[in-house]
Design a binder for this molecule. Structure first.
Ligand code: PBG
Length: 323
């Protein structure tokens, strides 16, 4: 063989060699655990399409938040599941609404040791299941929804959220929430913006997790999976509107966008490894068709390798336990 004799395999020879040249790490502090807290539950209720994930009671949520802090996770992202829903999603604004109570419980439990984040969207609270309120013709009314998001952001800040996560894909939502927070004296509450959020089949199990009543789909506000340039435009708008962190969601089918957005902006980039991505691995592993732990590691490593600084994953606590 002619010189140089290239042998990339030298750097794969032993576990110690592979470890020292490994480019991507998954550390607990980079992970955020999404959690569902349901009103009126006596004990945690399993979510059948997400084996291992539950709807929490307020008490079990507190324990899970304390555990997340002890494990050194980056944060928790709280979702509320109210008993009663209405057309305006009024439970989202009520300080005694389940999500605001869960935020307050979490802060009482962990103080500033763990970031407490909250989903800022109406779909869990509306009886029609859409992410905003509807106009007379039954269409999602963007600007009327912004007014509610603004108040919801303040309600969540008052409850104790460190970061709020507007996820409804309304135009102008980051600016509306930012100016409301600032106006109410919450300029240090950060916005984790769901910037490039696609209308995805991979949210299927989540709909069970939040007892969703949605009929139809979200294609007039969430993005078409066929579009990539549009995601960069959405991200640029959110950066201009004052987002602190931008997010891509789902993660696995959109690794190209995670990479492009990581290159395009200087803010931290998050990615949401969504319910359907979780369920696929769990279902295949339960059948014995894939090695569960390796598939989980490879999934989260790939999302990090693509460029996500932060990953929301239902496996966050488990990954931290075996880190
Ligand atoms: C909207 C929201 C959804 C998810 C997170 N926030 C559902 C949707 O947009 O339909 C999905 C998360 C997942 O599937 O894990 N509040």
């Amino acid at each position: 063989m002619t010189f140089p004799n290239h042998r990339p395999r030298r750097l794969r020879a032993t576990p110690a060699t592979r470890r020292i040249v490994r480019e991507t790490q998954v550390r607990p502090e980079q992970l955020i655990l999404p959690m569902f807290v349901a009103e009126g539950l006596r004990e945690p209720r399993p979510i059948s399409s997400m084996p291992g994930v539950v709807q929490h009671t307020r008490d079990s949520a507190k324990a899970a938040v304390a555990e997340a802090a002890a494990l050194g996770l980056g944060g928790v992202m709280l979702f509320g599941v109210p008993e009663h829903k209405d057309a305006e999603g009024s439970g989202a604004l009520d300080p005694q609404g389940i999500l605001n109570l869960a935020i307050a419980d979490a802060r009482a439990e962990v103080g500033d040791d763990l970031l407490v984040m909250s989903d800022l969207c109406l779909d869990e609270f509306t009886d029609h299941g859409h992410c905003g309120v509807l106009d007379a013709a039954g269409r999602v009314d963007n600007d009327a929804t912004l007014e509610i998001y603004a108040r919801m952001g303040v309600a969540q800040a008052e409850a104790g959220a460190h970061w709020v996560g507007p996820s409804g894909m309304m135009d102008g939502q980051v600016a509306a929430v930012r100016s409301a927070l600032d106006g109410a004296g919450w300029s240090m509450v950060a916005i984790l913006a769901y910037s490039a959020k696609y209308a995805s089949a991979f949210y299927g199990p989540f709909r069970e997790a939040v007892d969703s009543t949605l009929q139809g789909d979200r294609r007039t506000y969430q993005q078409d999976p066929a579009n990539a340039r549009e995601a960069l435009r959405e991200v640029a708008l959110d950066v201009a509107e004052g987002a602190d962190v931008v997010m891509v969601k789902p993660a696995l089918g959109y690794l190209d966008l995670i990479a492009r957005i990581r290159d395009a902006v200087d803010l931290p980039v998050a990615a949401y490894n969504v319910s359907g991505e979780y369920a696929m691995v769990e279902a295949a592993a339960a059948q014995g068709w894939i090695d569960r732990d390796r598939a989980i590691d490879e999934t989260i490593t790939s999302i990090r390798r693509a460029g996500a600084d932060i990953v929301l994953t239902y496996w966050a606590a488990e990954l931290a336990r075996r880190a």
